[in-house]
Ligand binder design. Structure first.
Ligand SMILES: Cc1cc2nc3c(=O)[nH]c(=O)nc-3n(C[C@H](O)[C@H](O)[C@H](O)COP(=O)(O)O)c2cc1C
Length: 145
């Protein structure tokens, strides 16, 4: 399976779930904040992963997308963690537009799971069930031809 998961940072809810999926599936996990060299040409599928902040994806991931070369052949998917069950739709449109500006396309299939923050909300998330759900979804998109 040739999949790269791209996370903005190496801590937090999104990273925790992505690290689990990457370990279980043996796929690569690239962290933007760590300055990981990410050669997308080595991968068939790229899973963009982010928490949602003010209904948008992490700004370092957004910036990274704006610098992608336009001649890529990868399939791009989006995974988000958020407090609200609906805000991922806004973030999804943002990513769709950013990719389209590079001549790239976002696949329809999307996964969002709840992620706690520093206040009182969603304190039990992401939990084991969330991690298993995300893993099953990542397996499914990685096997889609
Ligand atoms: C500054 C800030 C803004 C946020 N804005 C939103 C938001 O607009 N909608 C939402 O559903 N969750 C929002 N959240 C919650 C995060 O999306 C959620 O906790 C997510 O799991 C964070 O991911 P991370 O731990 O990988 O950074 C916000 C959290 C923070 C800290």
């Amino acid at each position: 399976m040739e999949m790269l998961i791209v996370c903005p940072k190496d801590r937090g809810n999104t990273y925790q779930v992505c690290r689990y999926a990457a370990e279980q599936l043996g796929c690569s996990l690239g962290i933007i904040a760590r300055g990981d060299a990410l050669d997308l040409k080595e991968y068939e599928t790229v899973l963009l992963a982010s928490g949602i902040y003010g209904k948008k994806i992490h700004e370092s991931l957004a910036h990274w997308i704006t610098e992608l070369p336009g001649d890529l052949k990868n399939r791009f998917y989006l995974f988000t963690t958020s407090l609200s069950p609906g805000d991922y739709q806004h973030a999804r449109r943002q990513v769709q537009q950013l990719l389209e500006q590079r001549g790239l396309k976002l696949e329809e299939d999307h996964m969002n799971c709840f992620g706690k923050n520093f206040l009182f909300f969603r304190l039990c998330h992401p939990n084991d069930a969330d991690r298993r759900n995300v893993l099953a979804w990542v397996k499914q998109i990685s096997s889609t031809v």
